[in-house]
Design a protein around this ligand. Structure first.
Ligand code: C5P
Length: 400
């Protein structure tokens, strides 16, 4: 995506965490996409990265002092609050988040946010213990309620030497998410049902059959649909992901649970997107007690699960139906066969072999196939691809 933010006024707020060093790159990424960026820092952020750096990159004076008479004489914080079309606080430390939640206004960044009616995004960045703390969890829940866009955090190595959730998303990922927030509402008022994640087919109370689907693609599709204005229901197998903002999630476990939950939503569904990696088979008789390892061999008798996508496509009323096809080889041929055999409108095929496998990865590539055309969506992050996919679906749905 190039210049998707042309002329957009973005206020970048930087609070005082070690990830502040990445905000310089973030500033560049936003400008590269055409945005006009102004930067406000908290006093503690200036201890991690200098205002001069951000001034040089943004091309505008950087403000960090609420009581700086000269700065207030120029573009004061109320003017900045009015100027901003979107505010992105990155990094948002646990402290900054607490202050935002409580509407505090005794530093320039929080005062500006409080005075602004622009959409607010925060990119949390903190130690994993701080992120998991109930105080932070409650604060994040409040932000969700207020329709604040919480971007991330990511999971990975942390500056403190620990590993876990709490890392700020990378600058490029944040810039992408901002782009998506400015995207058009191409599905306003449309009801979209998305399935995501794996299913779990019980063998006994502690064991089951499942697969390597992380749910990331399906969740990204649900988020993109919701951001495009859809009324989105996400029917999800077991994953560790949090429900995207604005989306209603229904948690299920087995394929049969998923099929039932999907059927219950079909009456007024306009678009159905099956991203879930549904188990093809389930044990015929799941055991009530844990199976003991008494014998050398154990035979499991399996039976086919219902094909949720195919039954939606042959049902009445029939929504616009989109399937996914994960293939290790002959991607296009197999995907086209699926399009025909399941009688669906569009199929999104993705390779799952080798190092470019989509499993648990943060990015993916898709080949979109319908009766009339084939379109390659090149490798990109799952949120970006999901956004492109939703645009393509909206186009086809609109011209049915
Ligand atoms: O037949 P196959 O599993 O390869 O088809 C994949 C597509 O069908 C995906 O969109 C998946 O969500 C959907 N599917 C389904 N119910 C099944 C199996 C697959 O909805 N039992």
């Amino acid at each position: 995506m190039a210049n998707t933010l042309t002329g957009k006024h973005i206020l970048l707020g930087i609070s005082g965490g070690i990830a502040a060093y990445k905000s310089a790159v973030l500033c560049r990424e936003l400008i590269k996409r055409g945005a006009d960026v102004r930067v406000v820092m908290t006093p503690s952020a200036t201890r991690f990265i200098t205002p001069l750096t951000l001034q040089a990159l943004s091309g505008h004076p950087v403000q960090h002092d609420l009581f700086d008479a000269e700065a207030e004489h120029g573009m004061g914080h109320i003017d900045l609050a009015r100027w901003a079309e979107l505010i992105l606080v990155a990094p948002a430390t646990a402290q900054a988040i607490t202050r935002l939640v409580h509407g505090q206004a005794d530093d320039l960044l929080c005062a500006t946010v409080l005075a602004s009616s622009a959409p607010l995004c925060v990119a949390p960045a903190m130690n994993r213990g701080m992120w998991d703390n109930p105080a932070t969890r409650d604060n994040i829940a409040v932000l969700h309620e207020r329709q604040v866009h919480v971007l991330g955090p990511a999971e990975g190595d942390q500056a403190c030497g620990e590993h876990g959730p709490g890392r700020m998303l990378e600058p490029e990922q944040l810039a992408e998410q901002v782009e998506l927030l400015f995207a058009d509402a191409v599905l306003q008022g449309v009801k979209v049902v998305v399935t995501a994640g794996p299913t779990w087919e019980a063998i006994d109370p502690v064991r089951g059959l499942s697969n390597r689907s992380s749910g990331k693609m399906g969740y990204a599709v649900a988020q993109a649909a919701s951001r495009a204005g859809a009324d989105c229901i996400l029917i999800s197998g077991p994953t560790r992901l949090t429900c995207p903002q604005g989306v209603t999630r229904i948690n299920v476990s087995s394929a049969r649970d998923m099929a039932e939950a999907v059927q219950a939503e079909m009456n007024d569904c306009d678009i159905f997107i099956a991203v879930a990696a549904v188990a093809d088979y389930r044990p015929v008789t799941p055991q009530d007690e844990k199976i003991k390892k008494d014998s050398e061999y154990l035979n499991l008798e399996l039976v086919r699960n219902p094909d949720i996508l195919a039954s939606v496509a042959s049902g009445e009323p029939r929504p616009y139906t989109v399937g996914f096809a994960a293939e290790t080889r002959n991607l296009e041929t197999y995907a086209r066969q699926k399009l025909v055999s399941k009688q669906i409108d569009l199929i999104a095929a993705n390779p799952v072999a080798g190092e470019n496998s989509a499993f648990d990865s943060d990015d993916n590539e898709l080949l979109l196939i319908d009766k009339a055309s084939t379109l390659q969506l090149p490798r990109a992050s799952k949120p970006v691809l999901a956004h492109q996919l939703i645009k393509e679906i909206a186009k086809r749905y609109g011209s049915r």
